[in-house]
Design a protein around this ligand. Structure first.
Ligand code: ACO
Ligand code: LMR
Length: 264
């Protein structure tokens, strides 16, 4: 029979060899003709399947809500400083992106991991939070610098409202809300944050849509797809901040001495 030379790369999400590129087998023309949006493209390229409209709409809402959060947050600050140092768009963008991690914007995957594990093992919020405390791990998806019990994060409320209306089940999100109720007894700022809301609700999306096997859900959570939503979303804002600084012809940034505690 024919002997095929071994390939150096395996790829399963897109194919550019034909007349038109295909995303997960769907040709570009039908993506345009069917009026697909960025949520559909993410479904095809990340999850290798077309998801129901409420799922793609949820993905798009996540992207829109996380696109920016003002100039003071870690990512935007880095981007602004970099743009003002005269660097190009890509440098300014990645400088901001590099701040995304366990404390800022990159807690979605861990929130999903820990909420899923605790929920599926039937831990009460008390047991879950206290176990985390014993291990010295902050609960991912809980806590915020400027948001608190009396000044809740509007983004979280909007995501919850959408999911309560459109998702068949929001059991993971309800679990996260119970965790929040417990952490709020400890401190005022230990609210469910936007990372925690997206992490728990994406679990509900994966489990409730009927589009994923249990094994696939475990793989998505284990590999960690969900921080990608924040990275993608926040790139929109970081690019905006770069253009803003350039448009405003802002000079090199230097932090004021008065704002540094020089000490031995
Ligand atoms: N779980 C348990 N306890 C917490 C948590 C948490 N998630 N967050 C704060 N605390 C408690 C701790 O006792 C902490 O003391 P420690 O420093 O000894 O651990 C105490 O509150 C003081 O924390 P603050 O200084 O008030 O918290 P800060 O404002 O510095 O941190 C932050 C805010 C970074 C978001 C924090 O709450 C945290 O690490 N959360 C988990 C990670 C996370 O979800 N990040 C995403 C935030 S949303 C976003 O970035 C888009
Ligand atoms: C954000 O979306 O950037 C914020 O929730 C983080 C912050 O510090 O406000």
């Amino acid at each position: 029979g024919k002997v095929r030379a071994p390939t150096h790369i395996i790829s399963t999400i897109s194919d550019d060899r034909g007349e038109e590129p295909c995303y997960a087998g769907v040709p570009m023309s039908s993506i345009v003709e069917k009026g697909f949006g960025v949520g559909d493209v993410i479904s095809l390229l990340w999850f290798k399947r077309s998801l129901p409209r409420y799922c793609t709409q949820f993905i798009e809402i996540c992207i829109m809500l996380c696109a920016d959060h003002g100039p003071c947050v870690s990512g935007a600050h880095n981007t602004i400083v970099t743009a003002r140092a005269g660097k190009d768009l890509v440098s300014s963008l990645v400088s901001g992106l590099l701040t995304i991690g366990p404390r800022f914007g990159g807690a979605i995957d861990d929130a999903a991991r820990y909420f899923k594990d605790a929920h599926d093992r039937g831990l009460t919020p008390y047991e879950f939070v206290e176990n985390m405390k014993k291990k010295g791990i902050r609960v991912p998806g809980i806590g915020h610098r400027i948001k608190n019990r009396d000044n809740k994060d509007k983004r979280v409320e909007l995501l919850q409202k959408f999911a309560r209306t459109h998702f068949p089940s929001v059991k993971y999100m309800e679990y996260a809300v119970q965790v929040e109720a417990y952490t709020l007894t400890k401190a005022n700022n230990l609210v469910l944050n936007v990372d925690g809301a997206i992490g728990s609700l994406f679990l509900d999306l994966l489990a409730g849509s009927g589009m994923f096997t249990k094994q696939e859900i475990d793989e998505i959570v284990e590999i960690g797809y969900l921080n990608g939503l924040f990275v993608l979303a926040r790139s929109i804002g970081l690019i905006g901040h770069t253009f803003d600084q350039k448009r405003l012809k802002q000079p090199l940034y230097r932090h004021p001495w008065e704002d540094v505690l020089y000490t031995k």
